[in-house]
Design a protein around this ligand. Structure first.
Ligand code: ZN
Length: 432
C-alpha cells in the first residue's frame, strides 16, 4: 500500500526532472526573499538562472546549523509571518537554538509525508496509534499525529512521560501501533513488566521509532519485548520533522527518502566534496517544496550511506541506511538534540561557576541518564557558609538545564582544576 502511488513510484528520470524544476523555483524564491541566500550565492558567483541540471548542485554553497543559529529567530524565513501558521524550535538559549516555520501548505506536505511513512509500515485506518513522541516545540509528536489522522487511524496524543499512565492506556485502549523513541519503548517495556503486565499480550502489532541513534540490536530487543514489528522513521526538524524518510514493509533494508520533496547528497564531512552514491558520508538535504523555511544544501551532520538499488516494494525513491554516527559533537539525550556548546553557554551565565565541566552520559535501564560535573570557585570550599551557596548554584544549574535543554542532569560541583586532567568534556558510555 502507498499513500501517493503516482509520486512514490515515479520513474527515476521523471523524478530527477521534477527535482530540477522544483529546485529552480526554490532558488529563485530564496535568492529574492532571504538575505542569507542572496549573500551566499553572490559570494559563490552563482545565480538562480545558472542552475540547469542536478550536476550544478555542487556549485551551490552549503547552509549549516551555525547559519541557522546566526539568523535566530526569523532571519531565514522566506515568507512574511502573516503566511506562517506554525512555529517549532530546537532546544537551547537565544542564539543557540533554531526556529522552524510552516505555511499552511507546508503543514499539508508534512502531513502527507508522515502519512506516507505510516502507510509504508502497513498502517491503515483500522489502527489505533499510541503516539508517545513528544508534543510541543519539538516537531516529533505533532508530525506523526497529523499523518496518522490523515490515514484515518485513531490517535492517542500521549506525548512522552507519565509512564505508568501510558502502560494503563496500552492495556485499556488496546492501541495497535506504538510511536516513540526506541529508548522510551524499552523503558515502557521494563516498567510494564515491573507492574506485572505481559507486554506481549497487548494489542500492539507495529512500532514506529526514531529521533535517536539506534541499532539493529535495539530493534530486536523492542520486537521481542512487545512481540511487534519495529520500523525506523527518520526526520530533521530543520527540513520538516519526522517523515523525511521511512522504512517500507520490505523491512530492514533502509529508509526511502521522499525525493519529490527533498534532494539528498552524500558529502565528505571534512572537505564537503560530493561523494558517489552509495559511499558513506554526511547527508546533505535540500528542500524542494518548503515555502516558509526552505533550506538549500543543509549539512545534517548525520553519517549514512545511500542505497541506490531499486526496492522490491515498488517505490522508486532512494533509500538511506540507518544513521549510527554523527560528523559533529551533537548528542541525542532522550530524543532531544544537545550540543556541548549549549551546556557551556548556560554554565557561563551562572555566577561562581568556572569554565570547566564534564558531561557523563550513561544508560540507567533503558533510559539515558546524565551526570554533569562542574567546577566552582575555590572560595566555596573554604569559606564558612559555602555549603549553602553551593546548593544554590547546584539548584540553578539543574533548573537551567531543564528549562533550556529539557534534560535533568545529576549535578556534582567540584573544586577548580579537578576536571582538567580528566580530559574530554563529554563522556558517552552508551552503547546504541
Ligand atoms: Zn521499499
Amino acid at each position: 500500500m502507498m499513500y501517493n502511488e503516482e509520486f512514490e513510484t515515479l520513474p527515476r528520470e521523471a523524478l530527477k526532472a521534477l527535482q530540477v524544476k522544483r529546485l529552480q523555483r526554490v532558488l529563485q524564491r530564496v535568492y529574492h526573499s532571504v538575505g542569507f541566500y542572496k549573500k551566499s550565492m553572490d559570494a559563490a558567483k552563482i545565480l538562480p538562472d545558472d542552475f540547469r541540471s542536478l550536476d550544478d548542485l555542487k556549485k551551490l554553497p552549503f547552509i549549516t546549523r551555525q547559519d541557522l543559529r546566526n539568523n535566530y529567530p526569523f532571519g531565514l524565513f522566506a515568507v512574511p509571518m502573516s503566511n506562517i501558521v506554525r512555529l517549532h524550535a530546537s532546544s537551547g538559549t537565544s542564539g543557540r537554538s533554531s526556529v522552524f516555520s510552516y505555511t499552511r501548505r507546508d503543514l499539508e506536505t508534512w502531513t502527507e509525508l508522515t502519512a506516507r511513512s505510516l502507510i509504508a509500515a502497513g498502517l491503515t485506518k483500522n489502527d489505533i496509534v499510541h503516539n508517545a513522541f513528544s508534543y510541543g516545540l519539538l516537531p516529533g509528536g505533532l508530525g506523526v499525529h497529523y499523518g496518522a489522522e490523515k490515514i484515518g487511524a485513531s490517535v492517542i496524543p500521549m506525548s512522552d512521560g507519565n509512564t505508568k499512565r501510558q502502560i494503563t492506556l496500552l492495556q485499556d485502549f488496546g492501541p495497535t501501533v506504538l510511536c516513540s523513541t526506541p529508548s522510551y519503548a524499552l523503558h515502557l517495556a521494563e516498567e510494564g513488566v515491573a507492574m506485572g503486565v505481559d507486554m506481549k499480550s497487548l494489542q500492539l502489532r507495529v512500532g514506529i521509532f526514531g529521533a535517536e541513534l539506534w541499532s539493529e540490536k535495539t530493534r530486536d530487543a523492542i520486537e521481542n519485548a512487545f512481540g511487534i514489528k519495529a520500523f525506523n522513521i527518520f526526520g530533521l526538524s530543520e527540513m520538516l520533522g519526522p517523515g523525511l524518510a521511512s522504512e517500507c514493509l520490505e523491512g530492514r533494508h533502509g529508509m526511502h527518502i521522499f525525493e519529490d520533496h527533498f534532494l539528498v547528497e552524500t558529502v565528505n564531512p571534512l572537505t564537503g566534496e560530493v561523494l558517489p552514491e552509495g559511499e558513506e558520508g554526511e547527508l546533505v538535504f535540500t528542500s524542494l517544496t518548503k515555502e516558509a523555511f526552505p533550506l538549500v544544501r543543509y549539512r545534517s551532520g548525520d553519517i549514512s550511506r545511500l542505497i541506490p538499488e531499486p526496492c522490491r516494494c515498488g517505490r522508486t525513491h532512494i533509500r538511506m541506511e540507518r544513521v549510527l554516527k554523527r560528523s559533529d559533537d551533537m548528542l541525542t539525550i532522550r530524543g532531544i538534540n544537545i550540543f556541548p556548546s549549549q551546556v557551556e553557554a548556560i554554565l557561563k551565565e551562572i555566577q561562581g561557576v568556572e569554565p570547566d565541566y564534564q558531561l557523563i552520559i550513561d544508560k540507567v535501564g533503558a533510559l539515558d541518564a546524565v551526570e554533569l560535573h562542574v567546577e566552582v570557585g575555590d572560595k566555596f570550599f573554604s569559606e564558612t557558609g559555602g555549603v549553602k551557596e553551593l546548593q544554590i548554584i547546584e539548584k540553578r544549574i539543574v533548573k537551567d538545564m531543564k528549562d533550556y535543554l529539557s534534560i535533568s542532569p545529576r549535578v556534582k560541583l567540584v573544586a577548580p582544576q579537578t576536571l582538567k586532567e580528566k580530559g574530554s568534556k563529554v563522556i558517552d558510555n552508551r552503547v546504541i
